[in-house]
Design a protein around this ligand. Structure first.
Ligand SMILES: O=C(O)CCC(=O)C(=O)O
Length: 268
């Protein structure tokens, strides 16, 4: 796993991912860490998470800070940050919807691994392939604190790969089985805070546990092409936001937060 991450958006479609360095400033990252610390301090003791194919009640962990954006304007504003959207536009085109987000925070020495998986097989309300995840580094990230890893080109042909139980304590409880050869082709997305990667919803990715003395915090923001992807908003668990360009003809109930629009009241 020695290959350098691809930083050329022109290779995104062939390889399934791309890294953009220094997208947010030091000040923006410091403000983001402050908001994150407030969310972590307010975490409940127990929470229900989707794990091993079903909803389960578990001890709350900062890896499970799902969907902060409808509840807190700070995170929704970050999801429509023009520099974040410029990166997404380079791989998905000018018409964009925000469909989900998730803060995945691995505490120092105690961060859960994330087994190899594809995102799309978890999102049945989302129909289409032009879907990407922005993975924003809130802390510096490297292999020791559990940076994300991607197996290039595994999205090719958009296969829907079977999942099996990991039988271990990890974020999802499920994994896609990969060969040693595939694993060796994996790329570690090491980056400084403020940089981000984008990855296709079919590409295989995951991460190791955090064995370092440093926290690893990331904010994942999930976007789709507003014209080629259809989200069933009756079934989807959070509002869908139009963030740039135009929605497709069949779009129903998207919330318009394009530049200049006021943000809607938080959904509690
Ligand atoms: O943050 C990680 O380690 C994994 C992220 C991930 O699986 C995702 O963004 O879909």
């Amino acid at each position: 796993m020695n290959a350098k991450p691809n930083t050329d958006p022109g290779r995104y479609h062939a390889e399934g991912f791309c890294l953009f360095r220094d997208v947010l400033s030091t000040e923006e990252i410091e403000a983001t860490r402050g908001e994150l610390d407030r969310l972590i301090a307010a975490m409940p003791k127990r929470q229900v998470v989707y794990k091993d194919g079903e909803n389960r009640e578990v001890d709350a962990r900062p890896e499970y800070l799902t969907e902060p954006h409808p509840k807190h304007p700070f995170w929704l504003e970050l999801c429509r940050n023009p520099r974040v959207l410029d990166a997404v536009e380079q791989v998905l085109g000018p018409d964009l919807i925000l469909i989900m987000s998730h803060l995945i925070v691995k505490r120092a020495g105690d961060g859960l691994p994330v087994a190899w998986h594809q995102d799309n097989t978890y999102w049945h309300s989302v129909q289409g392939t032009d879907v990407t995840t922005v993975w924003l580094a809130i802390d510096d990230t490297d292999q020791a604190n559990g940076c994300m890893q991607v197996i290039p080109c595994t999205h090719d042909g958009y296969p829907e790969l079977d999942k099996v139980s990991t039988g271990a304590d990890d974020l999802l409880g499920l994994t896609v089985e990969v060969t040693n050869e595939m694993e060796e082709a994996g790329v570690c997305l090491e980056m400084a805070a403020g940089s981000l990667s984008v990855h296709d919803s079919f590409v295989l990715h995951g991460s190791d546990p955090n064995t370092s003395g440093r926290r690893r915090a990331a904010y994942t923001m999930r976007y789709a092409n507003a014209k080629t992807v259809r989200v069933n908003t009756g079934e989807h668990w959070v509002p869908v936001y139009l963030v740039r360009g135009e929605a497709g003809k069949g779009a129903v109930n998207y919330v318009d937060i394009r530049p200049g629009r006021e943000l809607p009241p938080p959904v509690i």
